[in-house]
Design a protein around this ligand. Sequence first.
Ligand SMILES: Cc1ncc(COP(=O)(O)O)c(C=O)c1O
Length: 380
Amino acid sequence: MSSPDLSDADRQAVIDVINTPNLSMGKYTPAFEKAFCDLTGVKHAISVNSGTAGLHLCVRAAGIGPGDLVITTPFSFVASSNALLFENAVPVFVDIDPRTGNIDPELVADAATNINKYLPLTGVKPASPLKAILPVDVFGQPADMDVINSVAQEHGLTVIEDSCEALGATYKGRQAGTLGDYGIFAFYPNKQITTGEGGIIITNDDRAANLMRALRNQGRAPGDTWLQHTHLGYNYRIDEMSAALGASQMKRLDELLSKREQVAAWYEARLSEIAGIDIPFIESFTTRMSWFVYVIRFDRKVNRDGMANRLEERGIPVRPYFLPIHLQPYMVERFGYREGDFPVTEDLGRRGLAIPFSGIMTEEQVDFVCSGIRNEISRA
Ligand SMILES: Cc1ncc(COP(=O)(O)O)c(C=O)c1O
C-alpha cells in the first residue's frame, strides 16, 4: 500500500544516534521539536511515541474527563475517538461533508447548540457538560476550521485538531495543526514523514505544554528527580533514533510532499477519465493538500468489496477506507449506535477504497494500478 521515502542522510541520522550512548532524552528530541516550531510558528512542540499518545495528552491537558462531551467525527481512524474514551469522555458524533469526508461544520454548529439531539442512546451521564470539538483533517485535507473555531468561541469550547494525516497541509494559507488550541501529527511509516512510530503535539498554551511534557515523562514536573512524580503520567517519550530520523525527514518535508503531489497528479490524470469512480475532492480553502492516502470512491452500483478482491488478485494492494467508528463493536456495545445513524459516513465507508500510494511510486506503477482499475470497472 505504501512505502517510506528514506534518503541516505535519513539512514545516516539513525546510525549516528546508535553510535552514541544516548538513545533516549538526548539532543535529537529537541531538534525534532524545533523543526515543528519553525514550520508552524507555534510556540511549543512536544514529541511523543505515537499520534494516539499525542491525542491522549491533549485530552488530559484540556481537562476533559469522565462523562464530558466532545463533538467529533465518526469518519476517521479510531484513535481520534479512542483518546476520549481513555478518559471516559463521550465522543458525540456528527456526520460529514460527502465531498471531502471531513466533519460537517454546520452540524458542528447545530450540535453545539442542541447537544441533546446528538447524544448516543447509551453510555451518557445526565447533565454532562460539552467541553470540546475534535475535528480531523481527513486524508490530508484540513477541516473547515474557521467555522469550527467560531462555534468553539461562541460556546467556550476547546478545539483539538487531529492533523495526524495532514502534516504540511494549509488552510487559507495557514498550516494544518495550528488552527485549534492543540494540533497533533503522527509518523507511522505510511505518513508524509516517518519516525517508525511517533507523534508530536503543537500548542501556544504554556500551561498545557508544561503539563504535557511532564505527562509524557511519567508525570515528572520540572524540578522532580527521576523517582519523583508530581502527576499520574505515562511513558509516551519518543526515542532518539526516531527523533533523529524525524529531524532528518523534516529537512526534506517540501520535497516529500511534492513527490506525493506528483503521484496524486498522475492518478488524477488517469482516473478522472474512468466512469464509475470519483477521485478526491479538494476544497477551495485547501491551499495545500498534504496527500496522505489516495482514496477513490466507487459508484453505488459497483460492488466495492468484489472490486477490492479482484484488484488484490491482480497484485494491486487496496484497503476499504474508513470503516465507520460508530459501528466498531466496542462503540456499538457502549453507546448503542446502529447502522443508519450516520448515513453519509456509512455511505463513504461502503464506497471508498485506498489504492497504493507513496512518494516513491513511479509513473509505471501508477499506470499498472490504473489499468487494473480500468479493466475491472469495465468487466463489472
Ligand atoms: C486521523 C488519525 N488520528 C490518529 C492517528 C494515530 O496515530 P498513531 O498511529 O501514530 O498512533 C492516526 C494514524 O493513522 C490517524 O490517521
